[in-house]
Each structure stands twice: as C-alpha cells, then as structure tokens.
Design a protein around this ligand. Structure first.
Ligand SMILES: Nc1nc2c(ncn2[C@@H]2O[C@H](COP(=O)(O)OP(=O)(O)OP(=O)(O)O)[C@@H](O)[C@H]2O)c(=O)[nH]1
Length: 766
C-alpha cells in the first residue's frame, strides 16, 4: 500500500510534525499518531527497539534504566547517523548515543532514580530501518528497588497513561513469555485504555526462556487474549549474549533460525521475529496515520483558528489600540456592575455593586433616617431643658418656638454623620470595584497601577465634594425651619389648642382657699374664707362662697411681718390696701399654713419683704425655705395676667446641680414640641430620603462613570505615557512569544499535512 500510494512518507510527515511540536516550550494538545512501547521492567523493550536498528545504542543496566520517554524516530535513509533534538551533534558512533541518553536523562531527573515525562527525541537515519516512530517508556515496576522512590510504580503508570490514553497512540504491549500471560502488566494497562484491543499490538519476548515442553503458540495465534492487531513473537539477545558481546546482526540471524527450526513455531516463522515486527509496525503505523490524518488536520485547523485571533491581535495592534481596549473593558465591567446590564454571569450568591447601592439607598438609608425622628430615650428631658434654656429667666405662655427650632435643628444636624457614612460606604464600594477590575489587567502592570491610582484618587475627590454638598444640603434645612410648609400646618393648630387649654384651665383653677383670721377690724367677724386667685385675693363669709365681702387686686402688693402663724399684706407704694386700711394682717391656724399662703402669693408675684428683726427659726418655720416657683410655673405663663414678672428666683433657693424635674407646664410643652418635632422631621426625612440618593448618584457615581468614560484615555495621551503604560511583564512577553511560535508551528504543521493530504488523495484517486 505504501509503495503504491507513497504512503511511507506519511511517517516522515508525522516525524516532521513531531519535530515541530517538540520545539515548543508550551504543551500542545495535538495527538500525533505514534507507537508507545509498554511493558514491565526487563521485559525486553529496549532489546526489540535495538534490533529494529541493528545497533547497540540504548543504555543497559540493572533496575530502572529507561527513566524518560525516548521518542525514537526511525527514518529510512541511505546514510546512517543519529541526531537528538536537544543537541546539534550528529552521531555516527552509536555507542556514544547511549552515553548521551544517560547524560540527558541525568540532566532532567538528576542523580535520583526518579522518572520524568519529559521526552528525549532521537532521530535515527539508517538504510536498515523502516519509517517508524516509537516511544520507549520506563518499565512498569511493582516494588521499588534500591534508591528508587517509594511511589515509583505510580509515577511510571501515570507517565504511561499520559501516552496510551491518546486515541492516536498504538500500544506495543511487550510481555515476556516466561511469565503467565494472565499477569501481563502491559496487557492489563492496554486493556484499561483500549478495552476492545483495537489499537494494541502484542509482542511476546523471551520465548527461548520458556520451560521446555511449553510454548506460546496459543497466545501468538491470538487465542488467549485476542487483539485486533494480533501478536508477534521475538527472541532477543540474552544477558549472556550481551555479556559476550554477541553481534546484533548475528543475533537477528539466530532469531530467524530459532523460529524456522522450532517445532512449535516453524509453521508461523514467516510472521515471527523482530524484522517481521518492524514491518508490521511500519504498515500499521502508516495505515493508522492515513486513517487519522483527516482528523488531525481538522484538529490543527481548529487549534490554529483558536490562536488566530490572538496572534493577529498581537501582530497588528498598536499600544494605543490595546490600551483603549483595556480601558473599554474596564468601563463596561464597571458600568455593568452598577446598572446590571451586560453582566456575563448573574451571581446568585452575592449582590453586585449596583444592587448593594440600591440596598443602601432604599433600605439602609430609609431605615436609619426614619429611626432618627423618634429621638432617643432622653429626648423628653432634652426638649424640656431646651425649653427652659431658650426662655432663660422669663416664662412663656405659649410653646416657645425657639425651643422647637433648636430641637428640630439639633435633630437635622444629626443627619450629617448618617448621610456621610453612606457616602463613605458607596465610595468604598466603587474603590473596591476599581481594584477588582484593574486586578485583572495583569498583562500591563504599569497601566493597571496608573488606572487604579487615577480612578481611586478621583473617587476620593468626588467623595469629598459629595459630602460637602450633602452637608450644605443639611445646613440649608437647618437654616430655615419652614413652619408654614404645606405638610406642617400643625404648628398653628398646636398653638391654638394649647391656648384654649390654658384659658380653660385658668378659668377652672384657683390658687388657694382657706380660713384666716383678719386682725385690725377690717371685717365684722374676724374669721373669713379667703380665696387666692392669680388676680385677686377675695374673702367670703364662709366656705359656701356665696357672699363675697371684699377683694384686693394683687398687682402691687407685698408681704411682710411673717411671724409664727401670721403675716401682713400691704401696698408697695404705701397706699391703702382696702378701703382706708393700710395693711391686712392675716393669722393662720398654724405657721405651716401661713407659710403655704405666703408661698402661693409669692408664686403669683407678690413680693415677700423679709423682716429685718426676724431671726432665722424665730417664727417656728424657717422662712428661708419658702419655695418660690420659677418662671415656668403654670400660672406665670397664663394669658392676660397682669401681675408683675418681677419674680426671679431668689438666689438662696436655686439649686442648679440637682436632677431637673420639669413643671407640669414644661411637661405639656415637651409633649407638644416632641410631637411637632417628629412631624417636622418627617418632612425633612422625606426630603432627605429623596435627595441623598440623587445627590450621591449625581455627584459621585455618575461623575466617576463619566471620568472613566472620557477622561482616562486623555490622561495617558496628554502625559505621553501610553508606551510606558503598555509595557508588558517578562512572563507576558514570554506568553506572547509562545503564542507566536505556537501559531507558526501549527501553521507550518498544517501546511505539511495539507500538502501530504493532497499528494495522497491525488495518488489515491489517480
Ligand atoms: N533470553 C532472552 N533474554 C532477553 C530477551 N529479551 C530481553 N532479554 C534480556 O532481558 C534483560 C532486559 O532486557 P531489556 O531489553 O533491557 O529490557 P527492558 O524492558 O528494556 O528493560 P527496562 O528498560 O529496564 O525496563 C536483558 O538482560 C536482556 O538481555 C529474550 O528474548 N531472550
């Protein structure tokens, strides 16, 4: 077949491909047709290969000799010489090849008895060989011998599988005849990858060592473990022959004689022996290559197409174009993370940047600002304190608006850290995004660093601007409390309600009632029912209050001469107090009762003039302890009162360090202001919830997007740093070189196959 269609060149074609691909430092997944020689240690693999060439050239010794795969390319040639792929040296002396294999093995696996899958490629040109490519693999060993690694069996098995699992690999399973074929490790391995025995060729060695009376005819006739490609028996030189330096050519003749003369084998002698094996292998390899060539061509084409884009890109693209591509990629990734469009993979595990920002805007910010309007547990006391402080020494009848303003602004101010915290958070998210996407730019480290620095610096700048503007926004809210806001008509209402409430209470309430004796003949009976209101002191005959006997307006009165159970009321300016009486001396049942009347009168503004002669404790009641109510007393805030405001707190009764308990009036106002504050804050919160996301999106996110979109590329042009940015690291340069050589290798290989394919098909169809 090979002669007719020139098929023998096919092996040379594959050899050329092997040569091309062996030069590549990167592994290429192109499965070239070849024959791998598999067998246990000392099964005779090397002996068979040597006989093909009729030369002693393979290392010999005890233990594991073949420790790296040896790709043996046998090329039929007039002149005889050999050449390794790793060295330019041409070997005419085949003994030297042996030493070179040993040296090259040592170079990779060192002095250790370990193995390596890195092949040694040896081409042998000879008139004695048929074109054949064989891979001599280390022998399978069960038990590590001497200084062999403990996992030597696994190492060897893995290496063998690396070759024989490939569909294009024919398996030459070498089994010595002096072991039970059922235990043949070579056949067991072959069956694992080729269970139907379609690409396994059986070789039975050491037939001469079988016990006398036994033979391997059944195996050789393919009866025991049938293989589609059958078995060939060989007889190699024994150790004794080797020791006695039996010439290999003579050994080949002896082998032929062995088969021709052996009673069991002479009927099949023509298809036994190494020479026949070589022919069979050549034929099978050629046919195999012929069969697999179209698939190989397709695979190479696909491989080339895969490399083509990158190769053309490398060859034709300028730094400027490449830089634009990288920046465009960054733009797209950055944007798709934010707006959710164009994502290559939609994650089901974590939130994207856009979704996280959405959560901040619509959940976290909403929740936190909403919680703010309810204030803390001290809110009531804080509002009370504010009310008292804003009114100072005076009293308010109505809700002090200043207190309301103060409380509202206090709460609005509290929004600043909340809002800026979220600006920080979003800025961080954006910065992390930049880090994440620039991290991917590992082909151009300078560009990566520059982009990262630029965008992160810009984000931080925008973060500052955004925070400033949001703080301004809060400041503007604080600067003007819009009490006529359409959603806040409640303020006037509250005032009205409070006013009505006060009038109502004022009408109902009287300050103090009780019997007192009047000294000085002012009335006919000395004991009268007195009623103290905020405006007047009046008295009735009795507690039925049906008959009022007299009344004194309280506007200009003073109290004096408090002694034991009595005290005196007189006019400040010395005018008569009632009719012609200059004073009214009132006597109570007890000093305590007298003190109570004085306290209440003081509360509504009647001043107490301390008697100069009165000594502390003399009255039975310490007058210094009379409590004079402060300005927040309910009466003092009443509407239309005309009594004096000259009721400042006497120094001796003011105790600032004690826990503050607000008066009832302040409590009412606290409630009102708390309600109003909450209502007003709801308006502010509503504005804030609406405006903060808009401001952050506008001032930070959109600006950063625009910056990446428009200003980044310009930065590199303006500063003339495009080439610097696009410098590649050595590893990347190496990768590019590899792509180039890989591309060239595949192209060259494909050209060779195409030509060969054309040649065969033309001949075939002629
Ligand atoms: N009598 C006889 N001895 C053989 C035959 N084949 C190989 N031997 C001997 O068996 C021993 C091992 O032969 P090799 O060819 O080195 O075996 P190998 O399988 O290449 O060994 P490793 O590379 O170490 O796995 C040598 O001493 C050979 O002389 C044979 O057919 N008959």
């Amino acid at each position: 077949m090979e002669d007719e269609f020139g098929m023998k060149n096919l092996v040379l074609t594959v050899n050329k491909l092997q040569e091309i691909f062996a030069k590549l430092t990167m592994q290429i997944d192109i499965d070239l047709p070849q024959i791998a020689v598999v067998g246990i240690q000392s099964s005779g693999k090397s002996s068979v290969l040597e006989k093909f060439i009729a030369k002693d050239f393979l290392p010999r010794g005890s233990g594991i000799v073949t420790r790296r795969p040896l790709i043996l390319q046998l090329i039929n040639n007039e002149d005889e010489f050999a050449k390794f792929d790793h060295s330019p040296e041409i070997f005419y002396d085949f003994y030297k090849i042996q030493r070179e294999i040993e040296a090259e093995t040592e170079r990779v696996v060192g002095g250790l008895k370990a193995v390596s899958s890195m092949p040694i490629v040896l081409k042998i040109f000879s008139p004695n060989v048929l074109n054949l490519t064989l891979v001599d693999l280390p022998g399978i060993t069960k038990v590590p011998i001497g200084d062999q690694p403990s996992d030597i069996e696994n190492q060897v098995r893995e290496m063998i599988f690396e070759y024989i699992t490939k569909e294009n690999c024919l398996i030459l399973a070498v089994t010595p005849a002096n072991i039970d074929i059922a235990n043949s490790e070579a056949l067991k391995l072959a069956r694992e990858v080729d269970p139907l025995g379609k690409r396994t060729i059986g070789v039975i060695t050491k037939l001469d060592l079988m016990d006398s009376g036994t033979d391997a005819v059944d195996i050789l006739e393919n009866k025991i473990f049938p293989l589609e490609r059958g078995y060939v028996g060989v007889v190699n030189r024994s150790q004794k022959d080797l020791d006695e330096k039996l010439d290999i050519k003579i050994a080949a003749e002896l082998e032929n004689e062995y088969f021709e003369n052996h009673p069991a084998y002479k009927h099949m002698a023509h298809r036994m022996g190494t020479a026949y094996l070589q022919k069979v292998l050549n034929k099978q390899l050629v046919e195999h290559i012929f069969k697999t060539l179209p698939t190989l061509r397709d695979r190479l084409r696909k491989y080339l197409m895969g490399l083509e884009d990158e190769y053309n890109h490398i060859e034709s693209t300028s730094n400027v174009k490449l830089m634009n591509e990288v920046i465009n990629q960054l733009k797209q990734e950055f944007r798709s993370e934010l707006d959710g469009y164009g994502q290559k993979e939609v994650s089901m595990k974590g939130l994207t940047t856009g979704a996280t920002i959405n959560e901040i805007f619509n959940i976290k910010l909403q929740k936190e600002t909403f919680n703010m309007h309810s204030g803390g547990k001290d809110l009531r006391s804080e509002i009370g304190m504010t009310i008292r402080n804003v009114t100072g020494m005076y009293s308010n009848i109505f809700i002090p608006e200043k207190a309301f303003d103060r409380v509202v602004t206090y709460f609005i101010e509290k929004m600043k850290p909340v809002i800026t915290k979220y600006v920080d958070e979003i800025s961080m998210i954006l910065q992390n995004n930049v880090r994440k996407y620039t991290d991917k730019i590992n082909r151009y480290p300078n560009l990566r660093e520059e982009l990262r620095k630029l965008v992160i610096t810009y984000i931080v700048e925008r973060e500052v601007v955004c925070k400033d503007r949001l703080i301004e926004m809060v400041d503007s809210e604080m600067s003007y409390i819009n009490k006529i806001h359409e959603d806040f008509c409640v303020f006037d209402e509250a005032k009205k309600i409070e006013e009505e409430d006060i009038v109502e209470k004022q009408e109902e309430r009287f300050f103090m009632r009780g019997y007192m004796h009047v000294s000085g003949g002012l009335v006919s009976s000395e004991r009268r029912w007195f009623v103290l209101t905020p405006d007047i002191l009046c008295w009735y005959k009795d507690e039925s209050e049906r008959e009022m006997e007299g009344q004194i307006p309280l506007g200009n009165l003073k109290i004096s001469d408090f002694k034991k159970s009595q005290f005196k009321l007189s006019e400040i300016e010395g005018k008569p107090i009632f009719k012609d009486s200059m004073s009214l001396k009132l006597i109570c049942k007890s000093p305590e009762e007298a003190k109570e009347w004085i306290e209440n009168m003081s509360r509504i503004g009647i001043s107490y003039q301390k008697s100069s002669t009165l000594q502390r404790g003399e009255s039975g009641v310490n007058i210094d302890t009379i409590s004079i109510y402060g300005p927040e007393t309910p009466f003092l805030t009443r509407k239309n009162t005309n009594f004096s405001r000259n009721n400042s707190v006497p120094k001796e009764t003011y105790e600032p360090d004690k826990p503050v308990k607000h008066s009832t009036k302040v409590d009412q106002q606290v409630d009102t202001i708390k309600n109003l504050t909450e209502k007003y804050l709801m308006i502010v919160i509503k504005n804030t919830k609406d405006r903060v996301p808009k401001m952050i999106t506008w001032l930070l996110i959109n600006n950063v997007n625009n910056y990446i979109d428009k200003d980044l590329v310009t930065h590199f042009y303006e500063n003339d740093i495009v080439d610097h940015a696009m410098q590649r690291p050595p590893s990347e340069q190496e990768r590019i070189d590899n792509v180039k050589t890989m591309y060239s290798a595949c192209k060259e290989a494909l050209d060779i196959i195409d030509k060969e394919y054309e040649r065969i098909t033309v001949k075939y169809f002629d």
